[in-house]
Design a protein around this ligand. Structure first.
Ligand code: GLC
Length: 431
């Protein structure tokens, strides 16, 4: 691993550290984001274990009483961001948004605990009930089909904001009541790399629906304008339940173990709902129309990370991966390059995201697909070396897209490089 890049990555996390929490990047995202913080903790663990735990602990300080964990925590307001706390109006302290994000935190806590040689028993025991409460919130409010899958009620919840998977279900959303607003992101980043005005109008319409219903999550899940079973969140929660089960076992929580085992079984069985037989891949599905998105994305390959998919399904996914890898210079593009709306620089419609690469590579490695695991890890490192620590990267040229000096990209680099220095590894760090 390149020592200068290690140093640079540490500098980025240090510069984006606001004291107990880290902003994804200065300017564009000036608050604490849920799954960003989890991945950032993994990066801190490479040089400061205490700070790594603190990142996740701060995140859970904003948990609501019912277990819900918000996607943004507005510790300090910043008028340079839209939509801020005065738009969300969740009436919480600290101020938060009213939607959640992919539940990767339990898996990260599990990794922190392992990286620390299974010390930090007290910290693990303190955070465990909070993780369990969040997972229970998903099981209770976000599994309308009773299949152990995850319902997303806003594209922002999926963390893959403008994925083309959301185009058809969003197209029918009424935006006529959206209040006038001014975007701030376009001042900071080239508009060709950001979601469109239509996308934003819809994001706002869905937000306003939640706000108009006082963030009643049961009602939003039942009647909200956007209701997709997200393949990404589903696979991530399934994996996180497995990791939470390991933690519960270590803490001797027998009853919880039973509950989690049942939940895992339910999801393993229910996952077939997301199989798109025509494409030979797992895709998100709209519960309003019952239709598959019909689009292969990087999240389609998270089944390996979740440990699901029968032999035929896995073979079919690998065939798709072969096809995709022949079309791009770097893996793994967020959208299938053969899909007509693929756009190599437009956010979640083509660019590569290091955090998704990390999860997919880790899953492929665990399930015995070592060469693709290594290829994806190598490509992640090659992108950083070529272009620096960007939010995302063009899969054709490797050029950085979106925000620069990005925390979770730095964190993934640190994580890979810590492995290279002898830490526990999902694939060998590629330097
Ligand atoms: C964007 C991304 C989301 C991320 C956030 C902060 O909204 O789509 O996944 O959490 O930025 O980095």
């Amino acid at each position: 691993m390149n020592d200068n890049l290690f140093k640079k990555a540490v500098e980025i996390l240090t510069a984006n550290d606001r004291g107990g929490y880290t902003v994804p990047t200065a300017g564009l995202y000036p608050f604490q984001w849920n799954w960003d913080s989890a991945f950032v903790a993994l990066g801190f663990a490479a040089f400061d274990q205490n700070r790594a735990w603190r990142e996740v602990e701060t995140l859970f300080e904003a948990q609501w009483d019912d277990g819900f964990l918000p996607h943004i925590i507005f510790h300090v307001d910043d008028p340079g961001y839209f939509p801020g706390p005065s738009v969300w109006r969740t009436q919480k302290t600290p101020a938060t948004s009213g939607i959640t994000q992919p539940p990767v935190a339990a898996s990260i806590v599990h990794a922190l605990w392992e990286a620390g040689g299974r010390d930090n028993h007290d910290r693990l025991a303190a955070i465990y009930p909070k993780l369990l409460a969040w997972h229970r919130w998903f099981h209770r409010y976000r599994d309308p089909l009773g299949k152990g899958l995850v319902l997303a009620t806003h594209p922002w919840e999926t963390g893959r904001d403008n994925s083309p998977e959301w185009d058809a279900p969003s197209a029918v959303i009424d935006t006529s009541q959206v209040e006038p607003y001014e975007r701030r992101d376009l001042v900071l980043v080239n508009h060709e790399m950001r979601p469109s005005k239509d996308d934003y109008d819809r994001y706002l319409a869905i937000l306003q629906f939640g706000r108009d219903h006082q963030w009643d999550h049961a009602l939003i899940a039942e009647k909200g304008p956007f209701r997709m079973i997200d393949v990404g969140m589903t696979m991530i929660l399934l994996r996180a339940n497995r990791d939470l089960l390991s933690i519960a076992q270590a803490l001797g929580r027998e009853k919880d173990c039973e509950e989690l085992r049942k939940q895992i079984k339910l999801s393993e069985k229910g996952i077939s709902y997301l199989w798109d037989g025509e494409l030979g891949a797992f895709c998100s599905r709209d519960i309003i129309s019952g239709r598959s998105s019909g689009i292969i994305t990087s999240a389609s390959f998270l089944n390996f990370y979740a440990g699901v998919g029968d032999a035929l399904q896995r073979a079919s996914l690998i065939t798709n991966l072969d096809r995709i890898s022949a079309r791009v210079r770097y893996l793994l593009p967020s959208t299938d390059p053969d899909f007509k709306k693929f756009n190599s620089i437009l956010y979640w419609r083509g660019p590569i995201w290091a955090v998704i690469n990390q999860m997919v590579a880790s899953g492929l490695s665990e399930q015995g697909y070592q060469s693709y695991a290594q290829r994806i890890a190598d490509d992640t490192c090659a992108l950083v070396k070529k272009s620096g620590f960007y939010e995302a990267y063009c899969p054709l040229t490797g050029v950085g897209t979106g925000g620069a000096e990005f925390s979770w990209t730095a964190a993934i680099w640190l994580h890979l490089s810590a492995q290279d220095r002898g830490g526990k590894s999902f694939v060998k760090g590629a330097a």
